[in-house]
Design a protein around this ligand. Structure first.
Ligand SMILES: Nc1ncnc2c1ncn2[C@@H]1O[C@H](COP(=O)(O)OP(=O)(O)O)[C@@H](O)[C@H]1O
Ligand SMILES: [Mg+2]
Length: 360
């Protein structure tokens, strides 16, 4: 799929601007703090319903204004889409696609798919488990609204269980029935969540290891590390496992086991790259995982997502740039950079020069 135009009104440092894109490579260049990342952010919001760098929608509105409006035209093999997003100060966000109001974020998944890659994505490999869960959850949610629903339901139940655990004493461990009610609810959602995660990890592992070996001849392996260590992942086994942990959870006054503790182990040549990987290996692994995410979307939707590459050119050596350029040939990519001298450019590349929140 590809985007063809973006209009920004009072979005970040843009007053009113329309930007047109090539279905192939688009290089968005300019000095620092001119508004390059803001463009990728605007596109990304249409795919995820929220910004990749802020939780507060109000920040997206141009200083001193009281609303922002974004318009995006995009296309897949079947249809053309016109999306409009409005953010009102202290109010709600409103998205319409081809006139249809998007009332739940999970509805967005049926429209634009985009994958963003920026230098901060090194946390995927180096950071805490939560960074890897966010990656996993965002990737699966983008394709399966039902996964997102399960995740939300799971976390609501988990909050309830945690409040309950704070009120219980260890002498209640055998008798309290409410705890079993929550464990039952959690086990039902955990079963579904784990199914999706296992499937995702299997695919991402096979795509990412291929990318890594093509770039560097290294063997990359991504494994699912379950927070529920009971071997089997059917509801009943999970429920029994939760029940076995009652005493410990009451004693510690919070849930100790569950999918909220899941992680991924990312190893390069058999060693955990979080602990033993060189900076270069970690960078390549993060890149491999993002390309794998794009492949995963293509595998399931038969549409390659729009790739948003923020400031990564300075991070990649010539060899990896060349590989990346080759790998995504024919697909749409938006790349930001402070210079135009990119090995990436081809004659079909569109150059977009940004200065002070405007295209020049
Ligand atoms: N709500 C806002 N209103 C006006 N300007 C903003 C807003 N949010 C960010 N900016 C400005 O946007 C610029 C940063 O844009 P960004 O796209 O991150 O730059 P870069 O070109 O380095 O990627 C800064 O000058 C910042 O002051
Ligand atoms: Mg930037």
């Amino acid at each position: 799929m590809f985007i063809s135009s973006l209009t920004l009104t009072n979005f970040r440092n843009y007053r009113k601007e329309k930007i047109e894109f090539s279905p192939n490579t688009n290089v968005i260049y300019g000095d620092n703090a001119q508004g390059k990342t803001n463009i990728l952010e605007a596109v990304y919001i249409f795919s995820q319903g929220r910004s990749h760098r802020t939780k507060t929608d109000g920040e997206l509105i141009r200083f001193g204004e009281d609303f922002a409006k974004l318009g995006l035209e995009f296309h897949d093999a079947e249809r053309d889409y016109k999306a409009v997003l409005q953010i009102i100060k202290n109010g709600k966000k409103n998205i319409r696609i081809n006139g249809v109001q998007i009332t739940r974020l999970s509805m967005l998944m049926n429209y634009l798919n985009a994958v963003m890659f920026s230098p901060e994505d090194l946390t995927l490999v180096k950071g805490s488990p939560s960074a890897r869960r966010r990656f996993t959850d965002a990737a699966i949610s983008q394709l399966y609204p039902r996964y997102l629903t399960s995740l939300i339901d799971y976390h609501k139940a988990l909050m309830q269980k945690n409040s309950l655990l704070k009120t219980l004493k260890t002498s209640d461990a055998r008798s309290d029935t409410m705890l079993s009610v929550w464990n039952d609810r959690l086990a039902a959602e955990a079963e579904k969540i784990i199914k999706y995660r296992l499937e995702f990890v299997k695919l991402i592992n096979s795509f990412a290891s291929r990318v890594q070996s093509e770039i560097s001849k290294e063997k990359l392996e991504i494994e699912y590390l379950p927070g529920i260590k009971c071997g089997a992942y059917d509801k009943e086994t999970i429920y029994n496992y939760f029940e076995q942990n009652r005493y410990r959870e009451i004693k510690l006054a919070s849930a100790q086991v569950g999918v909220q503790r899941d992680d991924l182990v990312i190893s390069v040549n058999g060693r955990d790259s979080r602990l033993y990987g060189s900076q270069g290996q970690q960078r390549t692994a993060a890149l491999s995982m993002k390309i794998a995410q794009a492949d995963y979307i293509e595998n399931i939707k038969n549409e390659y997502p729009v790739l948003l590459l923020d400031d990564i050119m300075s991070e990649l050596d010539a060899h990896r740039r060349g590989y990346l350029a080759e790998r995504i040939r024919g697909r749409q990519v938006l790349i930001t950079s402070t210079d135009t001298d990119l090995k990436f450019s081809t004659d079909r590349t569109r150059l977009i020069h940004i200065k002070g929140g405007a295209v020049i």
